[in-house]
Design a protein around this ligand. Sequence first.
Ligand SMILES: [Ca+2]
Ligand SMILES: [Ca+2]
Ligand SMILES: [Ca+2]
Length: 364
Amino acid sequence: MEKDSQRAENDGGTNSQWFEISDTGFKGVALSWNKTLALSSQADWNLGTYSNTEGATSLGDVKLEYPIDTFDDFEDGSVSDWWMYYCSGGYGHPGACGYGREMSAVTSPVEQGTYSAKISVGTDGYVIAHKAIGSPVTPNYISLYLQRASDNDWDEVYIGKSNDGGKSIDKYIMKLHLEGVNISYWNTGTGSYENIATYTNNTWIFMEFQNINFTAHTLDIWIDNSQKKTGASFVNNDANSFDCYGSYLYWTVVNNGITTYLDNIIYSSGYNTSGTHTSQVLDLGITPSFAGTLTVSKTEPDANHTITFQERHGNQSNLSDASAYATIANNGTLLAGYRYWQIKTTFTGDGSNTPTLSDYTLSF
Ligand SMILES: [Ca+2]
Ligand SMILES: [Ca+2]
Ligand SMILES: [Ca+2]
């Protein structure tokens, strides 16, 4: 008997189905739906629902979200939640401290949103602006933008822990110093500042503290997207959490002043440790008579970062008749007889990294 293949079109040609009559014996008729649904791009994922996850434009992956907390609270247009310490004057909130030391929310220059903060010292002296969040955290990432309007003076950038509600820092995680054209960091080994980068006046300087490790008491320092120090030691080894930021401006020439701007001070405590992505209801367009397969492409960096899948199915377009979600593995079987499907992807991690979903395909 000669092999006899036939092809038929259905559904007005939008979906093709074919069957092949084989001459290989009694198993005889091999029939297959030539139908696949693949989710791969960010646009695909955006049709579904994220929970503690996010889709990336590049590569079209889904990952656990890296939530960012804004520290500065400039976007309410008020800096009354900051403290200032000014020489000989003690502590006060901005606007009440006098001595020509000022801090205010301004709309230019702005790195993020509508407002930045302007800090100025009108006459000889110094001012330290501080703010703390409500309770200490152990972020693995802190960053900020700072812009200087003049030289021959200095700025210092502090991160640490407050024991007086944010008026001052009690335990320092790191200190950066800006003077002339140089940015230096506090080297605890030598007990002095060490130059690591340069800066330009009237330009935002992007400062990042990465891989902050409150057990090893080390961090990495990045300036303008370039790594400058790896594993730098905390200033105080017993700085075991973060709640306070400080900016210290010092000016030595009478009546000439100094102005510094701050914006976009943020921190993050790492990736979410669990999350899901749920697909939209997936319509095969036809009700297949044969079982299908789910094939997935995912990356699990180690045993602590995993991805699992569940599926449900039915024949109502809103899945009102759907089965309960059931676990399905890579290459798992999708039952025959159901036109509508939904895939739920669960991400699990320990906060240090994320597993990655690249794509999956339903094939019938
Ligand atoms: Ca993809
Ligand atoms: Ca505010
Ligand atoms: Ca802002």
